[in-house]
Design a protein. Sequence first.
Lengths: 256, 396
Amino acid sequence: MSNIQKAFENGKAFIAFITCGDPDLETTAKTVRAAVENGADLIELGIPFSDPTAEGPVIQGANLRALTGGITTDKIFALVKELRRDVKIPMVFMTYANVVFSYGAEKFISACRDIEMDGLILPDLPFEEKEEFQPLCRQYGIDLISLIAPTSQNRIAMISKEAEGFIYIVSSLGVTGTRSEIKTDLASIVKVVRENTNVPCAIGFGISTPEQAKKMADISDGAIVGSAIIKLLEKYGKDAPKYVGEYVKSMKDAIR
Amino acid sequence: MTNPNGRFGIHGGQYIPETLMNAVIELEEAYNHYKNDPEFNRELTQLFNEYAGRPSRLYYAGKMTKDLGGAKIYLKREDLNHTGAHKVNNVLGQALLAKKMGKTRLIAETGAGQHGVATATAAALMGMECVVFMGEEDTVRQALNVYRMRLLGAEVIPVKTGTATLKDAVSEAMREWTSRISDTHYCLGSVMGPHPFPTIVRDFQAVISKEIKEQILLKEGRLPDAVIACVGGGSNSIGSFYHFIEEESVRLIGCEAAGRGIDTFETAATIATGRLGIFHGMKSYFCQDKDGQIASVYSISAGLDYPGVGPEHAHLHDIGRAEYIPVTDDEAVNAFEYLAKTEGIIPAIESAHAVAHAMKIAPTMDKDEIIVITISGRGDKDCAAIARYRGEDIHE
């Protein structure tokens, strides 16, 4: 069974996204630990990419700051290895196909196993292209996470049937970033997902307040938050871990 | 040349967010329907001929031929099209297709501004809304084209992210498309991006090689020995090559922008300096660092200033069917001035890259051999930049 399953065993899951190296790796490590101590159930670690086409301005900014700071894939692998000494909750990487492809798919995915990562989210790798990395992910025991969007419609069943780890349901059209309102009929999407798989599903894109998180977690198995956390890192820099910890606690308390 | 999964050999594919998948599937289905629809083709041909001014001339460049002292040189005059470049061929096709699909809004990326102007033109003609994304740096370099787009009724959005050039304009247009799909068609300007764009754009640009073939057979009674065109994403070149791919006797030569040279970091020559990767929806060759971060590229030509190349070109390179040659800023500027002085034709600085290579190989060829150079666009837009390159400041 997937290790990611554990993230969904403490009531509804709170999933926190953090861009590695923003503003530096030391702060990333402290932020991850603060999130874990305050109830995060799963950590999504972003490996920065120069041209993140699925991201809004906030996460684009984090990518830019991290890359300007000289972050590399190898440095991130070393960070995870260090984190794994005490961080036991499931962790997944979120990056873009070229980061994996360019590093060497087998080298990257086998390294994920060696440093005890549990999964991989690639927003530019739809169902039709997953053969690019799926066989290697299976070989090394890494879950390749599927995404479902508001426009997926007739594709939801097909994607759900082959999903592993958890399903990332994209709440809204467009790119990542906080939104005042989420209008998609997510309950009907979740219904089709549940008819086709037992793999848990969590909702992300646009969630920033405890009220939104509760609403999303009520209709699914958890809430994913990225931009709201990155905004704290942008605002507080090296002092952000404390604020991220408080924020994660408020969010987990809301959905528990 | 396209297989059912949108691959050209190992290149191509659909590496895009799930949010866009049904949009590209819908586009592919619509295209497969309309490409064989007589009414659609009749309308498109009428637009090409009556509105864009096709067929474009295949002009025998007698003075240039004599001066270079080798092969006979013909120029395929895409610069004479309405809006001043080959871009209009693709745009009229896609706008007509979008209209048939019930879309009311076109979005586009642009580098030099030629594709943006062409899209704004088609939108005005067909009564559609139009938004063009353009790197902020390019809006400064090509201020006149920004004005033209606005005059034509389009909204121009300067893109400030990344390097604020063409690749960032593509990224931003893709982001915009994910946020508004139902009424919007993304009118991609080159043979790149996710399937089916590389195939659709190629098919609409293939009119260039179809005409070259007919015109050269009429004038010379035989096929050319070489067809030369510039390559950024690669739309005018694939259009110039397409109907010659099966004609093994015709050399196909693509000229990439080497910028200040392929041994410097200030280059945009993807096939010479890039390696295999996945970006902007496709697998192909890209300029990138060892971690797969896309490189910021440079060329004097805003239209060739892109870190990737279309997947069909990557495949033609792999199988050795086409040759790809880097041409520097210096060589292109010399060719720009040469063609102006020799033939009275001011080519786009993009097209001047192809002229530069022809100037090198024509003298080495026999007098009974034939070269066709595609002049993809006209050079009015470049005059201020070339003047600056030569140390002269003129006000537009």
